[in-house]
Each structure stands twice: as C-alpha cells, then as structure tokens.
Design a protein around this ligand. Structure first.
Ligand SMILES: [Zn+2]
Length: 82
C-alpha cells in the first residue's frame, strides 16, 4: 500500500492505524443516509438519487471491493475519506 499521511483520532487524538475495509463478492461499498431505503439495483444512478456516496464500485460483476481508512482501536472508530 502507498504511504499515507498519518492521522490522529478525532475522539482521543492518538495516532490512527492506516488500513482498509474490504468486501468480497459485492457490487461495491456505498454510504446511504439512514433516511433512505436501499435501492432495488445498486447502480450509480440509484445510489446518487438517494443522496448516497460511492466508495468503491458499483461493479456489474460481483468482485472484491476496497476502501482505504484509518482505525483507532482504542475508540473502535474507522475514519473513511472519499
Ligand atoms: Zn481514538
């Protein structure tokens, strides 16, 4: 993995650990507001219509999906940039 600028935890201010969230056999990794239901199809238009954020994908063929993040094990928090 390429070097990434260190980040400190926004809760405890300790250094965070760079890492990744990974899913296999998926269409991608997406954020949706709690106010929105899941789309019938996980396609770009459906996700964006629901004010969602695409972190990886969407892929037509189910594949491995990855998004970079930082972890604070003490606070049990993941920080994901997009
Ligand atoms: Zn922390």
């Amino acid at each position: 993995m390429p070097w990434r600028k260190p980040k400190n935890c926004p809760y405890c201010n300790e250094p965070m650990e760079p890492g990744r969230v990974r899913a296999t056999d998926g269409a991608g990794i997406f954020y949706l507001p709690d106010s929105e239901d899941d789309p019938h199809l996980w396609i770009k238009r459906s996700i964006e219509k629901r004010n969602g954020i695409i972190l990886d994908g969407p892929y037509m063929i189910r594949t491995s999906c990855t998004v970079s993040c930082y972890a604070c094990r003490k606070c049990r928090q993941l920080l994901i940039s997009y």
